[in-house]
Design a protein around this ligand. Structure first.
Ligand SMILES: *Cc1c(COP(=O)(O)O)cnc(C)c1O
Length: 398
């Protein structure tokens, strides 16, 4: 998955372009920058890739989520429905907005279960924030239909799913806004960066203003620009944007490579009838950054993850015990431990996250292993990986 595996002269050239002019700021300095606009160019390319009308680049995926929540009017006390299997940033952004995260169960797509979302809607629900985890998609058309029926805002966290689609429509373009990340381990990376996409001009205008202290970006003198709203600083620098621009041009190569690597591994695993695979609503739209599969029981999954690591089959994640992507180990979140008092604590309807039960999600994640699909595997490396994998699974006697 990670774009850092293929840094090359293309990235170097784009960065050099920026250093040559000395203009590291994405706005203004029209004379000095000699027509070099890396953030703008990246936005145009990402709009093209996703088919979204508007794109705004920002400093991180977390910032993108915060921008989307703000632009869509999600604020103090609003409930936002989120999955327990995600990167904690999704939840942090909701809490940062002063809103209240409400968890719903996932299903075998490893993403929000539409029925479970429906079950936790209350009169205070303002938005649903599905996460397209590990490179593949949620049942996003069903979630979209539910949001339309209940008049809820739909924001997609597509930070791990750039280039993915459902029935030909890009992930990130189903709701009011979609969010992407270009952090150091994402499919496309620029060190730190993120983006929001939308088809709604008004949302775009709020988003790009909010991300830059409310500036309206009209006229040619930044000092004279209007400030219709308060905002913050979630700007990206031209240096980061330059790296991302070169990376984004490699997306077709990346997806092709990942899909081929994933297919080879999955094909070899089909012989094990006790192992099943993550449900993918549209296989063609899978970005193939991970191969996620289910063992019959939790104990098998934990054991296999250990054996794979022991045999040198690296990058296989057992999320249930790992601190990164599943709520089970997030004691800081369950206790709402924070640097300062969170707005969510002021609301009586804030759930007690310590007592919360997510039995369906536990059952699924407890049986899941996800193997990261790398770009840099050689043909021989891939064959050896498959050989070892088959050997280790065979010995499991499932
Ligand atoms: C990486 C990630 C984020 C946050 O992106 P950053 O750029 O690291 O801030 C949010 N959600 C998900 C699902 C992610 O994987």
């Amino acid at each position: 998955m990670p774009g850092f595996e293929i840094f090359g002269d293309e990235e170097r050239k784009e960065v050099q372009d920026v250093l040559d002019t000395g203009v590291l700021f994405r706005y203004g300095f029209d004379q000095a920058r000699k027509g070099r606009w890396k953030a703008k160019a990246f936005e145009a390319d990402l709009s093209k890739l996703t088919g979204a009308q508007y794109c705004h680049l920002c400093s991180s995926g977390t910032a993108a989520l915060s921008i989307a929540l703000a632009a869509c009017g999600v604020g103090a006390g609003d409930e936002v429905i989120v999955p327990p299997f995600t990167f904690v940033a999704t939840i942090e952004a909701v809490l940062g907005a002063g809103a209240v995260p409400v968890f719903a169960e996932i299903d075998e797509t490893l993403c929000l279960n539409p029925d479970a979302v429906n079950a936790v809607i209350t009169p205070r629900t303002k938005a649903v924030l599905p996460v397209h985890m590990c490179g593949s998609m949620a049942s996003i058309d069903e979630i979209k239909a539910l949001c339309e029926q209940k008049q809820l805002v739909l924001i997609e966290d597509a930070c791990q799913a750039i280039g993915g689609s459902l029935n030909g429509k890009a992930l990130g373009t189903f709701g009011q806004m979609g969010c992407f990340s270009f952090d150091p381990v994402k499919t496309i990376t620029c060190g730190e960066g993120g983006a929001v996409v939308t088809d709604d001009k008004e949302l775009y205008t709020i988003a790009e203003g909010y991300a830059d202290h409310g500036h309206d970006h009209t006229g040619s003198d930044r000092g004279l620009e209007g400030h219709p709203i308060l905002g913050t600083n979630f700007r990206i620098s031209e240096l980061n944007a330059a790296v991302g621009l070169a990376q984004l041009r490699k997306i077709d190569y990346i997806l092709k490579k990942q899909r081929a690597h994933k297919k080879a591994i999955k094909d070899a695993m089909l012989q094990f009838s006790e192992i099943s695979f993550r449900r993918i609503p549209d296989e063609k739209g899978d970005t193939a950054t991970f191969l996620s599969f289910f063992l019959p029981e939790e104990e098998h999954a934990r054991k296999l993850a250990g054996e794979l690591a022991g045999a040198g089959v690296d990058s296989c994640f057992y999320w249930y015990d790992n601190n990164w992507h599943y709520i089970r180990q997030w004691d800081h979140l369950k206790r709402l431990s924070s640097a300062a008092k969170l707005p969510a604590r002021l609301f009586e309807h804030c759930p007690n996250y310590e007592n919360m039960e997510l039995l369906q999600s536990d059952k699924i994640i407890g049986r899941t292993i996800s193997m990261l699909i790398k770009l840099s595997w050689t043909k021989e490396g891939l064959s050896q990986r498959i050989e070892k994998l088959v050997e280790v699974i065979s010995k499991m006697n499932l």
